[in-house]
Design a protein around this ligand. Sequence first.
Ligand code: ADP
Ligand code: MG
Length: 710
Amino acid sequence: MNPIIGPAVPQRARPEILFPLFAPVTALKGVGPRIGTHIERLVGPQIVDLIWHLPSGTVDRRYSPNLIDLEPGRIATLELTVVKHHAPPAANRRIPYRIDCRDDTGEITLVYFHGRSDYLTKTLPEGETRLVSGTAELYDDKLQMTHPDIVAKLTERNSVMRVQPVYPLTEGLSQNVLGKAVSGALERAPALPEWLDPALVAQREWTDWHTALSAAHAPRELLDLEATSAPRMRLAYDELLASQLAIMLVRSHVRRQSGRPITGNGRLRSRVLDALPFEMTGSQKTAIVDIEENMASEHRMLRLLQGDVGSGKTVVALMAMLTAVEAGRQAALMAPTEILARQHYATIAPLAEAAGVPCVLLTGRDKGKARAAILEGLATGDTPLVVGTHALFQSDIAFNDLAVAVVDEQHRFGVHQRLLLAEKGSMVDVLLMTATPIPRTLMLAAYGDLDESQLREKPAGRKPVKTTTASVDRLHDAVAGVQRQLDAGGKVFWVCPLVEESETIDVAAATARYAALRERFGERVGLVHGKMPGKEKDAVMARFADGVAPEIDVLVATTVIEVGVDVPEATVMVIEHAERFGLAQLHQLRGRIGRGEREATCLLLYGHETGQTGRERLRVLRDTDDGFEIAEQDLRLRGAGDVLGTRQSGLPEFRLVSLEAHGDLLAMARDDARLIMDKDPGLESARGDALRTLLYLFERDAAVRYARSG
Ligand code: ADP
Ligand code: MG
């Protein structure tokens, strides 16, 4: 369940027809506790998880020659009569177990290393005929097959001599064992009532669900394995429809809980507008109007405000917050890091002061009496505005009357934290802000028809950053470039990547770079990284950003500066191992420079191992400055899961959908779901009933409860 759109609710009974699929995998024949554990690790604990595990390859076992015609090296299914077993002497384990076999045209020996005599005499009794499938080779001019893939009775011909699906495996599972488990699961899959619009099924030339599922597990050729094959498209569409419908059911439930309309008198906002040294851009004005409209309505606001770093989101958010204050209520802005919270506070505090509105900053660093005083102000309502970090989620924090929560870079908050946020006020209007433009496709998948404002215009006076890419071999050129900038009075960010596995190693790399640059440039080089105590970090940042003596001109940093304070004099950014970053992240980093009068340069250095695609990715940044374009490219080149880190981002994890391949189905599924919500929000028609089954099939149980009659 997506934590932003709704809470988890207790499970309601799933339809009986699905029971066979929601048993544990160990209910299948041939799956004991040990294999069950492996399967659970690979796909999940229930039988339904197995039916979603689609093949990644095929093995064609239809070639069935006489021995005299057999092409060595090719997978063949042979009909062999067992002639004689040759068990190795018990003392010598290195000699294999051999079984002589023949057909009417020739002879072949089956070879088993460490073969178990009891098992082999049972499966291949002397004098009997069996189907043996595997790859035969010539050895000293004699045919031999080592460890056949399949030995079966002649009655099993149909299940053996076919194109067999090959499944992705995990350690401890063999193709045979997993293949049997999947077949067993498929046998339990019932025919289900059609939940799709028959016109759509006909137009796409799809089959019913059960047929599509069977076909997806029975590929005949490589094309059948493609995400765009008809059976896989149908299954993906089912999953998308389930997800969109679930989102809409929950959202409409949330919307029906009417909120308190919030309208201000404009008194505070006009004071702030007067105090601003600039004119709002067109897209800022539009966003503000849209937000005010949401707040004034009966329904709860859930709006995403997207815009590049520096596009002016903070002032837009402030307008929303002040609207709440004008209505006598409170507003909070939450940021995922302390530096980011401070930066927002630095923007907001002077403007709030100009409007005469008390505003506080709350971070994890506030302790004891200072913290108690802040909490007091929030609890009484004397402090209407607060900017803070995760500290705002803590359980002892209570608001007098929280009306608006602005959440910045929300994908960086953990799921748990966002759940806590939702509990801080009833019917709080939520404004999500992000500088990492979420591609349209992902947005839709995650939130359905979430309201959205985009700040695409850059505030007047911003110049694009000149971006170049080069191999790390050109490091000396980079250093020379830094020298030139310093001579001209500029400041330089030098970014070393943070690789999640080991912060210690990253810090070591940054520290080494710091030492090297210090040899060259002396005292004017500084270092910040995530492991430094907050106070020390602040001190270094102040020396770099505000020119506190002794001044720093070159700041070596791990990605903590991604959200660092504005430094208009910074004209250069060097990013080492740029290939390790996401494009959106690089774009955001780059947004730290180019804020001043002079032209700024960003140099992306990539490592030796960077392949063609990696370099192509970086070139996207060189060629465009449009964050939205960059986000789409990032999705195209990396895949959805990587763009935001699916797990942390709260984006849905699909079983059958690949947003790259099935992106166009998503909009269809959304329209379809909307139509259903218009016509049959209670899911009471025959199709509605089938749709309930669909929701349960994809474990969107909670959403079913929100169907109006439920
Ligand atoms: P974001 O939060 O989108 O990164 P900010 O809101 O922090 O951007 O704005 C960045 C800087 O630009 C701030 O100093 C802000 O005062 C300034 N700014 C905002 N809107 C405008 C505008 N319309 N014209 C000029 N400067 C602006
Ligand atoms: Mg900002």
